[in-house]
Design a protein around this ligand. Structure first.
Ligand code: CDM
Ligand code: ATP
Length: 317
């Protein structure tokens, strides 16, 4: 296992033992619809984002410490910042500031969600840390206040807390739960990440001079999601950031083609990418599509998941 600790910040490198702290499990997401409006004066984009939580989880463990420290384990741990820019550390800071206490806590992230992959990995850790610190510090912060703190941390963070399936409006932080049947997915993890701001900037460049419509959730997509019918959902998947992600990373076209050739019902870029998501009929076809994607050499790894998954949840000690 690959474990790293912060540099200047490290005073405590313990890994939590049983009962020593609070562990929260938190899911990754895919946007089954991502409608993007024109850039706003504040630089953000209004969205109609249909979020779906999938069964690929990070775990964040909060244990008492003399200072705020972060460690991370997992195959991609070396790509995760361990200073105060880590969203888990920022979550501890905003929660402590609200409560008027010091953010003295050790946060250990067991990372399974691809880093900079368009699956809200950092956001997930932010939401998980918020919940873990709230429980560790016995704050009992009301849910709506936790959601407001999540929105302060990032546009995707409220959904990581809530999980399931939800429509996100505004910059994606204003959530309305939506109904979702069970679906099966294969995710193809790309070599390297993509920066979310750069993908939105590329969207702006590609849509320059175009009258970008006000983003709206598709009733057809929402009905398909509720029905649990994979063929109906496959026909309705849509991501307005996909052309921008493909423009920055043209190799993703080969991954999408490999998934389609392998029998996926549909494929799309997950959020801002570069992870690609493939909707499949059942767990058996998931195995086949994952094997074919890995054999194609067009991705770094695959992950088989189901949806919807629950949001950030304290793991019983
Ligand atoms: C692409 C998505 O993952 C889809 O769910 C999200 O929109 C991104 O959410 P996120 O990573 O939490 O993004 P934030 O941390 O809030 O913002 C990072 C940057 O992404 C861009 N950004 C993000 C959200 C949004 N609605 N419009 C944007 O233009 C902005 O440049 C912003 O400075
Ligand atoms: N806990 C964290 N885990 C991963 N990256 C983090 C974390 N905290 C901060 N970061 C920084 O955020 C950047 C984006 O990582 P993240 O994994 O959140 O991307 P993403 O999944 O594409 O985000 P989103 O889908 O929300 O746009 C990373 O390159 C890293 O520098």
């Amino acid at each position: 296992m690959n474990a790293r600790t912060t540099g200047a910040d490290v005073t405590d490198t313990r890994t939590a033992g049983p009962g020593a702290g609070v562990t929260v499990r938190v899911p990754a997401k895919v946007n089954v619809q991502l409608a993007v409006g024109a850039a706003r004066p504040d630089g953000f984009h209004d969205l109609a984002s249909v979020f779906l939580a999938v069964s690929l989880f990070d775990e964040v463990t909060a244990t008492p410490a003399d200072a705020l420290t972060v460690t991370c384990s997992g195959p991609d741990a070396d790509q995760v910042p361990l200073d105060r820019t880590n969203l888990a550390a920022r979550a501890a800071e905003v929660l402590a500031a609200r409560a008027g206490i010091s953010p003295d806590v050790h946060l250990h992230i067991a990372k399974n969600i691809p880093v900079a992959g368009g699956m809200a990995g950092g956001s997930a850790d932010g939401a998980a840390a918020l919940l873990a610190c709230d429980a560790l510090w016995g704050l009992d912060t009301p849910r709506e206040d936790l959601l407001a703190l999540c929105a302060e941390l990032g546009s995707d963070v409220p959904f990581s807390l809530v999980g399931g399936a939800a429509l996100g409006t505004g910059r994606g932080e204003l959530l309305t739960p939506v109904e979702a049947g069970t679906f099966h997915w294969v995710f193809a993890v790309a070599h390297g990440g993509l920066s979310t701001p750069s993908v939105f900037r590329e969207f702006d460049r590609l849509t320059e001079g175009v009258d970008v419509p006000v983003p709206q959730a598709s009733p057809v997509l929402l009905a398909a999601l509720a029905s649990g019918d994979p063929d109906a959902l496959a026909a309705a998947l849509a991501n307005d950031l996909q052309p921008a992600a493909l423009s920055l990373r043209p190799q993703l076209a080969a991954t999408l083609a490999a998934g389609a050739d392998a029998g996926a019902l549909a494929g799309l870029v997950s959020g801002s990418g570069p992870t690609t998501a493939f909707l499949v009929r059942d767990p058996e076809s998931a195995q086949k599509v994952a094997a074919a994607l890995e054999a194609s050499g067009t991705c770094r790894a695959t992950r088989i998941t189901a949806s919807p998954a629950p949001g950030a949840t304290v793991v019983p000690a």
